[in-house]
Design a protein around this ligand. Structure first.
Ligand code: XIL
Length: 361
């Protein structure tokens, strides 16, 4: 039997080892002495740091660890779209994936962004190919919003009410909502969303609207005009979601981005970054990963310079490259997220960490 005093050097050794290995962990965080999760920094910064959650990944050990460690906000990558919910026919909801997400969010005390109530894409065939009148489609809209509201009550912190209304400078003709109801479907959707989700923040959400150059400025102008019109009509819109599916070799103007968001703020609207990823052409070099890190840093830094009352939500479109929609959507591209194919942190992750650390210090 070891006498009690003999344990003291042993304990000292264990403590010393822990301290030393703790230093190693901190050093692996590249230029930072912080080895905790981004969630802690996001909470301290007073921002919602979010990710799109893939239903196939939720529940996997590594995925869940990263999700819980780094994010205080979640949205459904697909689970709350019409097709996943309603491929079985009108009123025949499959809640499996959305229930799993809502349960996880509740257990982990994460805020939930609903995505998306009205969209031209990922609709079931019976919706897109049905023969509708304005009245019957508005009734369906009400029915769907009511079903989500009854299922999850007040659990939604925010909603993408209308997603991607525009393409090529006009309303999308392929949208069943637009082709049946006309452009008033947007205001109708916001009014109904407010009825069914009285406390949720309500957003118009779109891509290629970060502003500052070329087509992202002209599309941002369209959305700006829409926002002005909705506000003039008294539609209950709270903000605009900037998806920001970017490509590393495209031009990006940080000052243009900031000025663009600021003009929406000047209308009294919130501005959320809702789906950011920065794809890179394969094969991807170390230098490109560093450039990507810098772009993420510049965007988050500019975003945090906007007033927190209007700009407090930054959402990445997935945690790791293994999960990302990029390779199967943009052929020859990948590497858009903060963690790699093996769920290891990339330079982009450390870039986000550095910006948040500097902000909270
Ligand atoms: C994407 C998902 O990531 C994919 O898994 C799915 O196959 C297609 O939709 N804009 C949006 C998102 O608003 O819903 C899209 O998500 C990406 C573009």
């Amino acid at each position: 039997m070891i006498k009690r005093f003999a344990l003291i050097p042993v304990l000292q050794f264990i403590l010393l080892s822990l301290l030393v290995s703790g230093c190693d962990v901190a050093q692996s965080g590249q230029n930072t002495d912080f080895s905790g999760g981004l969630r802690e920094l996001a909470d301290a910064a007073g921002i919602n740091l979010g990710t799109a959650v893939g239903a196939d990944y939720l529940g996997q050990t590594t995925y869940n660890r990263l999700l819980n460690m780094h994010f205080n906000h979640v949205t459904a990558e697909n689970a709350m779209k019409w097709h996943p919910l309603l491929s079985g026919g009108r009123g025949n909801y499959n809640w499996m994936d959305s229930d799993a997400l809502m349960q996880h969010a509740e257990n982990q005390d994460m805020r939930v962004r609903g995505h998306a109530l009205i969209w031209h894409s990922q609709n079931p065939g019976w919706l897109d190919n049905g023969s509708w009148t304005t009245a019957s489609l508005l009734e369906l809209m009400d029915e769907h919003f009511a079903a989500l509201s009854e299922r999850y009550g007040e659990a939604f912190y925010s909603w993408d009410v209308v997603n991607e209304a525009f393409n090529n400078g006009v309303h999308r003709p392929e949208s069943i909502w637009y082709s049946t109801i006309g452009e008033s479907y947007i205001a109708e959707a916001f009014t109904r969303a407010r009825t069914h989700f009285p406390d949720a923040r309500l957003y118009y959400n779109d891509y290629n609207i970060s502003g500052g150059y070329g087509w992202t400025q002209s599309k941002a102008d369209l959305v700006y005009d829409l926002a002005v019109q909705l506000l003039a009509d008294g539609a209950p819109i709270d903000g605009v979601g900037f998806q920001m599916h970017l490509q590393l070799d495209h031009d990006f103007s940080i000052s243009g981005f900031k000025a663009n968001l600021q003009r929406f703020i000047d209308l009294g609207l919130r501005v959320d970054v809702t789906e950011i990823d920065i794809r890179i052409e394969e094969p991807i070099s170390q230098a490109e990963l560093q450039q990507q890190k810098q772009l993420y840093k510049d965007i988050l830094t500019a975003y945090l310079e906007l007033p927190r009352e209007y700009a407090d939500t930054f959402i990445t479109w997935g945690i790791g490259d293994a999960q990302s929609w990029i390779p199967y959507t943009f052929s020859g591209y990948g590497g858009g997220l903060w963690f790699d194919e093996d769920w290891k942190p990339k330079p982009a992750f450390y870039g986000i960490e550095e910006v948040l650390l500097a902000y909270v210090e």
